[in-house]
Design a protein around this ligand. Structure first.
Ligand SMILES: [Zn+2]
Length: 219
């Protein structure tokens, strides 16, 4: 079953996309930082914090800058890394796996960290990619308010488009702070999501990928 069976062709563009307003990027980053700084100061005041205290006075600005420039830089398509691909001149046609790619994301329901790893495999057709570009794409899609399922799909569909092949698999293993630090407060549980297409629909091909991941995790 490929991703289209899963979600249906009609939904793919709307469901996988991060929900944004049409005017999401009308304001500059600088304007957003000024506005968020004001809003966050209000939240702190509401909590009873004294913003004239030396230690707290700079927090609204730091918070706003961190949101716009760091944690959520991946919302803005202008920040998408340039990913160039190359002709597969050497004709490598077996599986390539890149493991333990850092996931630093945030859950969109609580705005708390999601941290973990992505393991990505693909079988090249005509195009190959510079390896670090996979990390950059993962970083970009992670730096948005996310749900892990959507993050996994956004990485998958981008790589399928970029590499011009359906033969891609994305496995994400992550801890959600909203599960470990609040609510149920489970410190040990983590979440795994797996999305794939093309040749990876074949169980034997998928198992080859899982074996490589397991091997690495034993090291
Ligand atoms: Zn959450």
């Amino acid at each position: 079953m490929n991703k289209h069976d899963y979600i249906g062709d009609n939904h793919i563009l709307t469901n996988i996309k991060t929900p944004l307003t049409p005017n999401a990027f009308d304001k500059s980053d600088e304007e957003k930082i000024v506005n968020i700084q004001g809003h966050f100061a209000k939240i702190m005041e509401e909590l009873g914090l004294d913003l004239t205290d030396d230690s707290l006075s700079g927090t609204p600005y730091r918070f706003a800058k961190m949101y716009v420039k760091e944690l959520f830089y991946g919302l803005n398509p202008a920040n998408k890394p340039k990913v160039s691909t190359f002709d597969n001149k050497y004709g490598y046609s077996k599986m390539l796996v890149e493991q333990n790619i850092t996931i630093d994301s945030s859950c969109e329901h609580h705005f708390l960290p999601i941290s973990g790893y992505a393991h990505i495999g693909y079988i090249p057709k005509n195009r190959v990619i510079e390896l670090s570009k996979i990390n950059r794409l993962v970083d970009y899609y992670s730096h948005r308010p996310q749900v892990q399922e959507r993050l996994c799909l956004q990485i998958l569909t981008d790589l399928q488009e970029t590499l011009e092949t359906e033969d891609v698999i994305v496995l994400v293993n992550a801890k959600h702070l909203c599960v470990s630090s609040r609510g149920i407060k489970d410190k040990n549980s983590y979440t795994t999501t797996i999305e794939y297409g093309g040749s990876f629909n074949d169980l034997a091909v998928r198992n080859e990928f899982f074996k490589i991941c397991e091997f690495e995790n034993r090291e």
